[in-house]
Design a protein around this ligand. Structure first.
Ligand code: MN
Length: 256
């Protein structure tokens, strides 16, 4: 039977991971290794400067006092090292992980980490709006994974799946959208007279067809294939002039 490692960034006691693990348990052997508390927006953070503890919650359920990336490492290199998982599934996140926001996301970063171990990985996130239901999202995730697993998977597969709050109209394969963040910094003064800050703001998205945001906002499940290679391949050509100037300068051909 397929072995699935389930993790998330909302913490092991979140409803999203509970229902996801239950549903995936109908089609696979599931082990849950997840943070012991919320780690949303922890990105791809790895804990290197303190020890980590793995705590058994119940059969096949373990919590870690670390990030989603820590969880994948402890699972793959430790707990499950004799029986490496065939798949990492992260989520279901409370809230969407779209476009420019994916590198903040602990949910998506757990999938990146699975991919670094050559394990196909899928992240699920759910829109939080009127009518949203983790139960419906988890059922969708099970049937989605059932379909995905019907054929052998490339080891570098990373799928970022975002689900709309309401009924799911269908599935769109999408590219990452762009946010025109109305990002703001709230500055206040604490009771001791010192300033403190909150990073705030509501994301506003550029309406572009074919993006993950466009799919979810029209009621479709969005599936974005991702990879971790952030190289700007166009830049390798486009910055040729800069390369030349830097080379000339280092070789003493240009005025300092
Ligand atoms: Mn989260």
């Amino acid at each position: 039977m397929t072995r699935i490692l389930v993790t998330n960034d909302d913490g092991i006691f979140s409803e999203g991971i509970k229902l996801l693990a239950e549903e995936l348990g109908k089609i696979a052997d599931v082990t849950v290794v997840a943070p012991d508390r919320e780690q949303s927006a922890s990105g791809h953070s790895l804990t290197l400067h303190r020890p980590l503890r793995l705590r058994k919650i119940r059969e096949h359920w373990y919590s870690v006092d670390g990030t989603p990336t820590d969880c994948v490492n402890l699972a793959v290199l430790g707990l499950l090292k004799e029986e490496k998982p065939d798949l990492v599934v992260s989520g279901i996140n409370f809230g969407l992980n779209l476009g420019d926001d994916v590198t903040y996301s602990g949910t998506v970063s757990a999938a990146f980490e699975g991919s670094l171990f050559n394990i196909p990985s899928v992240a699920f996130s759910l829109e939080v709006a009127e009518g949203f239901s983790f139960a419906r999202a988890a059922e969708f995730a099970r049937s989605f994974m059932d379909t995905v697993l019907a054929e052998p998977l490339p080891s570098d597969l990373i799928l970022n799946v975002n689900l709309p709050a309401g009924d799911i109209q269908g599935v769109h394969f999408t590219r990452l959208g762009h946010r025109v963040y109305d990002q703001s910094l709230v500055e206040k003064v604490d009771p001791r007279g010192r300033k403190y800050y909150w990073i705030a703001g509501e994301p506003v998205w550029t309406p572009e067809e074919g993006t993950d945001h466009a799919a979810v906002s029209t009621g479709f499940a969005s599936v974005t294939p991702l990879h971790l290679d952030l190289t700007d391949y166009r830049g390798l050509d486009a910055y040729g002039g800069l390369h030349q100037r830097l080379s000339d300068k280092l070789e003493g051909k240009a005025a300092p």
